[in-house]
Design a protein around this ligand. Structure first.
Ligand SMILES: Cc1cc2nc3c(=O)[nH]c(=O)nc-3n(C[C@H](O)[C@H](O)[C@H](O)COP(=O)(O)O)c2cc1C
Length: 199
């Protein structure tokens, strides 16, 4: 019961952070956070991903430049509703968080493994929630394209970059969005919102 409460608190309090303080924190803390990903369930228990931790300032600059270029195109080509959502959230192609956050965690999935993408995202969730437990904030950032990471990070060809997670201390305190979250949970049939007796 106690453990469930703690996890629910972490989930409720976690927010995507897009403004980070430059304050550093110990790499040991980060290693324990990314190791939590390995505790996640994965297809055939293969943990089919590699985690690359980045603190090289020049590399962060190069990654930011490529991401800003990719997101410029992504924002231009987005449908109107998404452009409006970006504007409401103040999300622009400028990605300061990629150079402000002291570390970037890049997770790349091994595409030759079964269920590689599903397993990789579950591990990412474990990482993000463990960061929260350690008092750190994250963003699951997925730029319009990530193939430039393959040569930059010397990734083997079977690995696809899946996410870039800046991690650090927040420099903003967003409240939970008021997005419509109704009509997501049904009972026995899609559309049935009345809980039926299960016993
Ligand atoms: C698969 C996935 C991809 C995402 N990609 C981006 C992204 O590219 N840029 C960004 O700013 N946020 C990204 N996010 C963060 C979402 O915008 C954010 O989770 C959502 O707005 C809800 O806000 P919250 O995380 O604070 O609850 C992504 C989240 C997920 C799960």
């Amino acid at each position: 019961m106690g453990v469930i409460r703690l996890i629910q608190d972490l989930m409720k309090h976690r927010r995507s952070i897009r403004k980070f303080k430059k304050n550093k924190f110990a790499i040991e803390k980060l290693c324990s956070i990314v190791n939590a990903g390995l505790l996640a369930p994965s297809g055939a228990d293969q943990s089919p991903y590699a985690v690359i931790i980045i603190n090289d300032e020049q590399l962060k600059i190069e990654i930011r430049q490529e991401c800003e270029l990719a997101d410029k195109y992504f924002h231009t080509d987005s449908p109107r509703w998404l452009k409006e959502w970006f504007a409401k959230k103040n999300i622009t192609p400028e990605k300061l968080f990629l150079t402000d956050a002291p570390f970037l965690i890049i997770v790349a999935g091994n595409t030759t493994m079964p269920y590689w993408l599903e397993s990789t995202w579950i591990a990412i969730t474990y990482i993000v929630l463990t960061a929260e437990e350690e008092g750190l904030c994250t963003l699951t950032y997925t730029p319009g394209r990530m193939d430039f990471l393959v040569p930059l990070l010397d990734l083997p060809k079977e690995y696809n970059p899946v996410v870039i997670i800046p991690i650090g201390y927040p420099d903003e305190y967003p409240i939970k969005s008021e997005n419509e979250k109704e009509n997501k949970i049904f009972f026995n049939k899609f559309g049935e919102t009345n809980p039926t007796r299960l016993s």
